[in-house]
Design a protein around this ligand. Structure first.
Ligand code: 26Q
Length: 803
């Protein structure tokens, strides 16, 4: 783009007068925000068309990334940064009496996701675009994204997130490209000239309208799209109207629109809700129809479709792509079952993001059949053929066949649907993939191991380092040159400076500046004064028992008890920072949030601890808040029970910003350890193998409690009344079988080793030079965790794209 300032001023004035009939310098901030975003959107629309057409003309293979979630965050800064025009905009805006930072503050988070999986999808779209791949994301235009969290009296409350109010400026509707998606009814089947025919009758049909959000890459001509579907009532039902059936046609209206109303705020556990199934089918059906339509328009034949497109299923949430693509090929384009299935299998690929049994998605046959009768029939046939095939391989092993089948026990198992068809299946970290292939998916792996591979997650580091942490990024730019902006591995040159005292001091100064900025935010939002010379110990992620925020709190209570007992007990001053949303219905998770807030209340105000420990729960954790916290972190808490966190990506974001990991050997932590070496990370706790052993030999929490009198006191504090509330349910979850087996995430088994690791990392922090070097080594070794590397692996090993 480099655009002369006068030309940009001219364009902004033109849009200003089109939208508001005033000149740009007379706009309010919100008007100016809309003008600037509209300008960028229109520019990107043009660039996207140019890029797409040029690539499609060359008949390049393209990838479609299907995901129920894209956790976009804000767009304005990211787009200006990627286009290389941030400075230009600062200048032109200030000439018009505006500050770009004020407009950034207006840009809402598009929270169309819950956590890691949704954010990963966006990081990948960014890297795919940066590396000039033709990639299209497909998802739903939820009117309400992930809820806004407020903490009221220590308790999480959820409020609607009306992001479209301002976020709409980023979307381009394409009414003319609407498609229709049908639910319910019955199938009708007949033969015509010897051909099987089927159609749905008495079904309810909704109209799906696509909205484009443009995706920029860094320093490239490429622009891609995220396509978001919105469900509306098909054109007004005139026949119902003329029959006087106004109310029924109105009712249909609200029924249709409710489908794309709100994002399900659950992660890592599934609830078989009818509306969720409808959302999933809306996504799959609308996207696949438009993909196949486009292919036919361009190539006039389906014979080459598997050479021209790859469709990726992001976790099982869009697994209905399997039967829906079969339906389109067979029912709408007359392919035979075998032709259709072979094509589907060549086109579709699947990533698994969890091994937790409660998170493996399944739907009751009853619900599935009622909402999607034709899709159910196809799924049944997929299952029938699968079972036949498996019976040859594992004769008479009914238990295994049942475990591997798509339909059993009254449920449709979506992971087996993906495994039965997709030609590539991947996990998201080395350990996770090992658990898939040796554990839950081993029976499939043993039949055909070539289908399985690992792609360790990666992050859009230009967002998470360069944009979120300009202090550090600009410093690295001066020290190392611009190589790292396009090649994350170039950060390794920082290692040459690991013994350079000036560099270590500079990095320390930058961290302190970032901590001061966060301290200011904390003071404004929580009214808590934190000391920037204390260690900023950060745990930011969805609240889940397996992630063990509880272990973190138990340790904080332990410090409180030790200090109360002995004023001279040595501790390194620490600020424990939490950010976490709990699923609205996940009561234990909400109680843990409440516990964190009670601990904060007690400890921040107790004369014994208040100058040594602060506990801060930052409400409404989201992408834009993560961007404030991460640059200021000294310690990255990655303390999930080994074997449970598929990968984690926050661990990577914190690492590249110089935080030192305090973690278990779980997910990508294992690979972080490999990259930084054991001297630059603090690992504790039972390994995945040990966890299996402990659990299978009968885990008895009292073996741990009885050995450690402090632990006993900590547990007692949960109910003693010393905190401003009592937490009997949390205590029960740790010590009784009331909520499944006692302490099923082994908080207590890992407690001693966690306390020791905390002591060690604190001691290290007291040696500024030592800790500074560890921090430097974390930045320098983060290259592997760039999404640029991950998407190249997907492109070449999974989707078979060409550069
Ligand atoms: C399923 C059914 C009904 C309603 C909701 C859901 C649902 C929604 C979101 C289930 C799971 C999720 C999200 C899962 C997720 O974010 N997993 C994380 O993915 C990251 C990216 O691979 C990993 O780094 C994390 O380890 C993993 O927990």
């Amino acid at each position: 783009m480099p655009l002369p300032t006068f030309e940009l001023t001219y364009k902004l004035n033109e849009i200003s007068s089109r939208l508001f009939s005033i000149s740009f310098n007379n706009t309010t901030d919100i008007q100016a925000y809309k003008v600037v975003c509209t300008y960028i959107k229109e520019l990107l629309a043009k660039k996207q068309t140019e890029f797409y057409n040029s690539q499609i003309k060359k008949e390049k293979k393209q990838v479609y990334y299907m995901s129920m979630e894209f956790l976009v965050g804000t767009s304005l800064k990211n787009n200006l940064f990627n286009l290389g025009v941030e400075k230009l905009f600062f200048k032109v805006l200030s000439e018009n009496g505006k500050n770009l930072n004020d407009l950034y503050a207006l840009d809402p988070d598009a929270g169309l996701g819950n956590g890691g999986l949704g954010r990963l999808a966006c990081c990948y779209m960014d890297s795919l675009t940066t590396q000039n791949f033709v990639a299209t994301g497909f998802s739903i235009r939820y009117e309400f994204g992930i809820f806004k969290q407020k903490i009221i009296d220590g308790w999480q409350m959820e409020f609607p997130d009306n992001w479209l109010d301002k976020g709409e400026v980023w979307l381009r509707p394409r009414e003319d490209d609407a498609v229709y998606v049908s639910f319910g009814g019955e199938t009708e089947e007949w033969y015509e000239n010897g051909h099987f025919k089927t159609k749905l009758k008495n079904c309810k049909t909704v109209k799906a309208i696509p909205y484009d959000m443009f995706i920029t890459g860094y320093n490239t001509k490429a622009v891609n799209k995220l396509v978001l579907w919105s469900a509306v009532v098909p054109d007004f039902d005139m026949s119902a109207f003329s029959r006087g059936d106004y109310l029924r046609s109105l009712e249909q209206n609200t029924m249709a629109e409710v489908i794309s109303k709100v994002l399900y705020p659950a992660d890592d556990h599934t609830e078989g809700k009818r509306l969720r199934l409808k959302q999933q089918y809306l996504l799959c059906s609308a996207s696949l129809q438009s993909i196949v339509n486009f292919h036919l328009k361009k190539y006039k034949t389906l014979s080459n479709i598997e050479e021209k497109i790859a469709i990726h299923i992001n976790d099982t949430h869009p697994a209905l792509c399997v039967p829906e693509l079969m339906r389109i090929f067979m029912d709408e384009h007359d392919l035979s079952w075998d032709e259709a299935f072979l094509k589907c299998s060549k086109i579709l690929t699947y990533t698994n993001h969890t091994v937790m049994s409660e998170a493996l998605e399944k739907w009751s046959v009853e619900l599935f059949k009622t909402e999607l009768p034709r899709i159910y029939k196809i799924t049944e046939e997929i299952n029938r053929r699968l079972v036949k095939y498996l019976s040859d391989i594992y004769p008479n092993d009914y238990k295994k066949i049942d475990y591997m089948s798509v339909i059993s026990d009254g449920y449709v198992k979506m992971y087996n649907l993906c495994l039965s068809c997709c030609h590539k299946i991947n996990g998201v970290s080395a350990l996770h993939t090992k658990i898939l292939t040796e554990g839950i998916f081993k029976d499939y792996y043993n039949i055909d191991n070539a289908r399985f591979l690992n792609v360790t997650n990666g992050i859009a580091y230009r967002r998470w380092l360069c944009q979120a942490n300009p202090n550090l990024s600009n410093y690295l730019l001066k020290l190392l040159g611009p190589g790292f902006l396009t090649d994350c591995n170039a950060l390794s040159e920082l290692k040459n400076h690991k013994n350079n005292k000036t560099v270590l001091t500079d990095l320390y100064t930058i961290k302190q500046q970032n901590k001061a900025a966060l301290a200011k935010y904390i003071s404004q939002n929580n009214g808590i004064k934190v000391d920037i010379n204390s260690v900023f110990d950060v745990q930011i992620k969805r609240l889940h028992e397996y992630k063990r925020q509880l272990l973190n709190v138990l340790h904080i209570l332990y410090l409180y008890i030790r200090l109360k007992e002995d004023k001279n007990f040595h501790i390194t001053p620490k600020t424990f920072i939490f950010g976490a949303k709990a699923s609205a219905g996940y009561i234990m998770a909400k109680q843990i949030i409440s516990l964190i807030n009670s601990a904060a209340e007690l400890i921040n105000n107790s004369p014994v601890t208040k100058d040594l420990i602060k506990v801060v729960f930052l409400e409404d954790y989201r992408v834009s808040l993560a961007e404030k916290i991460i640059p200021a972190a000294d310690i990255s808490e990655q303390i999930s029970l080994a074997g449970k966190e598929a990968s984690g990506t926050g661990n990577m974001k914190l690492m590249i910003n110089g935080a030192v990991t305090l973690g278990t050997l779980d997910g990508a932590n294992v690979e972080i350890l490999k990259c930084v070496g054991k001297n630059n990370i603090y690992i504790f706790g039972n390994t995945e193998k040990q966890v299996e052993e402990i659990l299978s030999s009968g885990y008895n929490v009292f073996n741990y409690i009885n050995k450690n009198p402090y632990l006993k006191q900590v547990l007692n504090m949960l109910v003693s009344g010393e905190l401003n509330k009592r937490f009997p349910d949390i205590l029960d979850s740790l010590t009784t079988n009331k909520y499944g087996i006692a302490d099923r995430f082994l908080n207590l088994a890992d407690f001693d080793s966690y306390v020791l690791a905390q002591e060690e990392i604190s001691r290290a922090y007291e040696n500024k030079e030592k800790f500074g070097r560890m921090s430097l080594m974390n930045i320098a070794n983060a290259g592997l965790f760039s999404a640029d590397r991950s998407v190249l692996e997907y492109a070449f090993n999974i989707w078979d794209l060409k550069r």
